[in-house]
Write a protein that binds this ligand. Structure first.
Ligand code: ADP
Length: 209
């Protein structure tokens, strides 16, 4: 069966994090539920998705290889590392020191409540150095990539989905976050870890044995 572009998107979403309710799928695709209803019916009748009442839609296993099936079931929470987090007022020099002492190539920048503010990578620091910035004086807040432009993952996302984000966005590290509503009513993201290319490589090795 040939799927429409929208149906392909639905399948990708549900593949990444089954089960999903119709509402969650609609929210992610920024469509209303009524628009999706026909697609969900088609996908369910075609046997691509399975609908379980009061639970949501599942991607139907079985057509996948064993390894794909396993990868879909593994969660970020079980493979993440401890976050190497720093505050945005530390100097670029101190960020370099922190990269060495934590043995990481990217630092997650957080606020007072561990809320995600941004990311600083090796490349940002090299760029700042070439640009002649005063490394002892300039805070990393000046050179970091900041929210809302940070690509994140959550503890219950599949490692496959998270790895796909690393590839698609050409980055090394995803902050692992849990969202909450801040004092000002805005959605905030508490950093609970990091998921990196190294975690994926380690998992690859583990799967081989
Ligand atoms: P490197 O600098 O070692 O190549 P990355 O490829 O991870 O490391 O970073 C490239 C750029 O992307 C940098 O400018 C960095 O600030 C930014 N970046 C790093 N991680 C993220 C992320 N999770 N979301 C958005 N941007 C990121």
């Amino acid at each position: 069966m040939r799927l429409s572009e929208r149906q392909e998107k639905i399948v990708e979403l549900v593949k990444g994090s089954s089960p999903m309710t119709g509402e969650q799928i609609a929210n992610q695709l920024k469509l209303n539920k009524a628009t999706l209803r026909a697609d969900l019916t088609v996908l369910t009748m075609a046997g691509v998705l399975e609908a379980r009442p009061r639970v949501g839609y599942f991607y139907k296993e079985g057509k996948r290889s064993l390894i794909a099936e396993r990868l879909h079931r593994l969660r970020v929470d079980d493979f993440k590392s401890i976050a190497a987090a720093v505050k945005e007022d530390i100097s670029i020099y101190d960020a370099v020191v922190s990269m060495f002492t934590n043995n990481v190539g990217s630092l997650i920048v957080v606020g007072e409540e561990q809320e995600l503010k941004g990311m600083v990578s090796r490349k940002d620091i090299i760029k700042a150095s070439l640009g002649g910035l005063e490394l002892f004086k300039v805070p990393i807040g000046v050179i970091m990539t900041r929210m809302p432009n940070i690509v994140m993952t959550t503890p219950d996302e599949s490692v496959l989905n998270a790895a796909k984000k690393l590839v698609q966005h050409q980055i090394d590290t995803l902050p692992v976050v849990e969202s909450y509503i801040g004092a000002d009513g805005n959605e905030m993201y508490e950093v609970v870890g990091r998921f990196t290319k190294t975690n994926v490589t380690q998992l690859f090795v583990d799967l081989g044995y």
